[in-house]
Design a protein around this ligand. Structure first.
Ligand SMILES: *Cc1c(COP(=O)(O)O)cnc(C)c1O
Length: 219
C-alpha cells in the first residue's frame, strides 16, 4: 500500500522524458513485484549475489540495471540477462564486460561512472579517464558493448549549490562526449536529490528509498 503510494508520488514528479530506475536493493521480490504490477519495468540492484537471487523470482521482461561496484570476476554471472551496467569504473571492467557480451552474443549497454563528488568516493572514473575510454570506444575498442551514457553521484550534503555544481560538471561532460558521438542516458539523482539532477539535465534517475522505504541493513 505504502509502496504503491510512494511510487505514484514519484512518477507524478517525473517529466515523461525522464526514465525511472527503481532501486530495489535490500527489498524483497514481492515488493519489486508490487511496483512491477504498477507498470515499472526498470529496476536497479547494486550486488550481483542479491540480483541473482531475485532475478529468477520475477518476470523476465524486467530490465535489470546494475548500479553498484562490480568486480570483474562477477560479470560472467549476470552477462546473460543484465540490461545495463551503470557502474563501469575501470578499463579492466569494460574489457571484461566486452568479453562476456561477445560470449553471449549480445551487446550489453553500459554507462561510464564518473567521479563528480567532492567528498572522497571510492569508485568512479576521473573525467580524463572517461574521455579516454569513450575515445577508445569510438576508435573501435570494446565492439561488443554499447556505451549509452554517464552515471554519477553527487556529494551527500544539504548544500544544494554544491550538488548543482557537481551534476552540472557531469552534464557538461555528457554534452562534450555527445559531440563526438551522441549519448542517450545521463543517470544522476537519487531519492534526496533527483529534482535537482533533472534540473541539471538528468534524463534517468535512480530512486530507491523514496519508493520502497528505508533500507534495513540489519536483516
Ligand atoms: C542505493 C543507490 C541509489 C538509490 O538511493 P536512494 O537514496 O535510496 O534513492 C541510487 N544509486 C546508487 C548508485 C545506489 O547505490
Amino acid at each position: 500500500m505504502e509502496i504503491t503510494e510512494n511510487y505514484n508520488t514519484i512518477k507524478k514528479q517525473l517529466p515523461s522524458s525522464v526514465e525511472l530506475v527503481a532501486v530495489s536493493k535490500t527489498h524483497s521480490a514481492s515488493a519489486i513485484q508490487e511496483v512491477y504490477d504498477l507498470g515499472q519495468r526498470v529496476f536497479g540492484e547494486n550486488k550481483v549475489q542479491e540480483l541473482m537471487e531475485k532475478y529468477p523470482l520475477l518476470p523476465n521482461d524486467i530490465q535489470w540495471h546494475l548500479i553498484g561496484h562490480l568486480q570483474t570476476n562477477k560479470v560472467k554471472y549476470i552477462a546473460e540477462f543484465i540490461d545495463t551496467i551503470q557502474s563501469v569504473d575501470s578499463e579492466k571492467l569494460l574489457l571484461e564486460i566486452n568479453k562476456e557480451s561477445h560470449k553471449h552474443n549480445r551487446k550489453i549497454k553500459v554507462l561510464l561512472q564518473v567521479k563528480i563528488a567532492e567528498e572522497e568516493s571510492k569508485f568512479g572514473l576521473e573525467i580524463a579517464e572517461a574521455k579516454d575510454l569513450y575515445q577508445q570506444y569510438i576508435n573501435g575498442n570494446f565492439p561488443d558493448v554499447e556505451i549509452t551514457g554517464l552515471m554519477g553521484m553527487a556529494t551527500f550534503t544539504d548544500d544544494e549549490q554544491q550538488v548543482r555544481k557537481e551534476f552540472s560538471i557531469l552534464k557538461s561532460l555528457f554534452d562534450e562526449l555527445s559531440q563526438v558521438r551522441a549519448l542517450t542516458t545521463l543517470s544522476m539523482g537519487m531519492s534526496d536529490d533527483f529534482p535537482i539532477a533533472i534540473d541539471c539535465g538528468a534524463n534517468s534517475v535512480r530512486v530507491g528509498s523514496a519508493i520502497f522505504g528505508r533500507r534495513d541493513y540489519s536483516k
